[in-house]
Design a protein around this ligand. Structure first.
Ligand SMILES: [Zn+2]
Length: 460
């Protein structure tokens, strides 16, 4: 009796505490947050941070001024003048290690004549926000900034520091950005978890059906093929013409299928995808050890095939200089995207076997991103993302994914951080023309990110 009484009082007290906690926690106004994020993104897009040259400090100063208005301190770090990285931090109790949100300041260049709007105008029209970086990656920068502002204004008690990093040089000059920050200012950005670009959401008729969370990415290792022969008059054909030998080598490489190899992330991806796909597709996703199924999958989706194996794509060919002369050399650049744990020397040995021509040299690979372990699917952060997905988008499924492109999350993973890529729906034109994101997509990203950060960092 006493025991039961104590038990029910305890339950009642716990219930009251929970209720009090829930009641005390100020509810964010996501509508207002979305409107503010639209204004901030539009202003941020008006700052030209095309890399090269980058001029990221301009973007960093903008972010700094927004934070300063709210009384949030931030620092700008430059390895090279003008190429600033910004860091801000909301302090938590320190009971748990920090969580980091990041978004790169630099953007790729534009072919201005192919845009129907000013790429640096920050135009907001018919529910869309236009500009270079609207998707990649000023979107993520503003989502992170907005979440920081919200946490600060609502005075959410934190048990982790929440760090905001806006980095320079993500688009092909990481030495001034993430590499510099990791090597020289690790104390400012060290975290247990990070959230950045490269995931996404799929929306069908106004309902989010898929939430993609990137937990690993393929490596980026470019290589060069050099074919050598004898320079001669073109009136007498030669079998050792480097243009021909290079072409044959490329054709042989294109016909080659590097072995299929799944990892923890792609295995989970395909099995979850199977669960929400029509039977015919689901069969393929669950029979990836059957070469026939794999061939069908490839015919259906080059993207899904690229998740199964290393890929090799010729991107540049150079050779010849005069229309009546056989050149002595011809070269091709290969964009190679090995699997995250690929043994590069053995991949190159296989490629040489496939090429099977001693006159065609495969030169050593290069790439600026480190190899890194996969980010776990059982971590507090990944589970929080799944819970938030269920709450905000109950009709959706969370798909852990492997990105085929590379990002600054690689450097974070290589430092032992569990780094995840998130994103939203309603965006298009990244690295292309008329880049834009929908106002609704931006709002959904802010809400998703805010909830995920609160789940892992707010004191209970
Ligand atoms: Zn990017």
């Amino acid at each position: 009796m006493t025991r039961a009484g104590t038990f029910s009082r305890t339950v009642l007290a716990a219930g009251l505490l929970l209720a009090a906690h829930a009641w005390a926690a100020p509810a964010p106004d996501f509508q207002a947050a979305r409107e503010e994020a639209v204004r901030l993104l539009s202003a941020y897009l008006r700052i030209d941070t095309v890399n090269p040259p980058g001029n990221e400090t301009r973007g960093a100063e903008f972010l700094k001024s927004v934070l300063a208005r709210e009384g949030i301190a931030s620092e700008i770090f430059e390895l090279v003048p003008g190429r600033g990285n910004l860091v801000a931090r909301l302090k938590g109790s320190g009971r748990k290690r920090p969580v980091l949100m990041m978004g790169h300041i630099d953007v790729v260049g534009v072919e201005r004549e192919k845009w129907t709007v000013d790429p640096f105008g920050g135009l907001v029209r018919d529910g869309l926000i236009y500009g270079r970086g609207a998707v990649d990656d000023k979107l993520m920068g503003i989502a992170g900034l907005e979440v920081l502002l919200m946490l600060h204004r609502l005075k959410i008690p934190l048990e982790r520091d929440v760090i905001f990093l806006a980095e320079a040089g993500e688009e092909s000059s990481t030495q001034v950005g993430i590499d510099f920050m990791v090597e020289r200012h690790w104390d400012r950005i060290a975290a247990e978890f990070s959230l950045a670009e490269s995931g996404g959401m799929l929306e069908n008729n106004g309902v989010v059906t898929r939430v993609m969370v990137t937990a690993t990415e393929k490596l980026s290792r470019n290589m060069k093929l050099v074919a050598r022969g004898v320079s001669a008059h073109g009136s007498v054909p030669r079998a050792d013409n480097p243009l021909l030998r290079l072409s044959s080598a490329l054709v042989r490489l294109a016909a080659w299928r590097p072995p299929v190899r799944l990892n923890e992330v792609t295995r989970a991806y395909f099995s979850r995808l199977a669960a929400v796909s029509p039977p015919e597709e689901a069969y393929l996703y669950t029979h990836l050890d059957d070469p026939e199924a794999v061939e069908k999958l490839r015919a259906r989706s080059p993207h899904l095939d690229a998740l199964l194996r290393a890929t090799i794509t010729p991107t540049i060919m150079q050779g010849g200089f005069r229309d009546n002369t056989i050149p002595a050399t011809a070269e091709a650049t290969l964009m190679v995207r090995p699997l995250p744990d690929e043994d590069i020397p053995s991949l190159m040995a296989s490629m040489r076997e496939v090429i099977a021509d001693a006159a065609v040299e495969l030169q050593p690979s290069w790439g600026r991103r480190p190899a890194a372990p996969l980010s776990g699917l059982n971590t507090e952060m990944f589970q929080a993302l799944e819970r938030v997905q269920k709450r905000l988008f109950p009709k959706a499924v969370t798909l852990p994914t492997m990105a085929t492109g590379s990002s600054d999350s690689a450097q974070m993973r290589a430092k032992g951080v569990h780094a995840y890529g998130i994103g939203t729906f309603g965006g298009s034109g990244g690295h292309g023309n008329d880049e834009r994101v929908s106002v609704r997509g931006l709002g959904a990203l802010v809400e998703f990110l805010y909830n995920a950060i609160v789940e892992v960092a707010a004191a209970r």
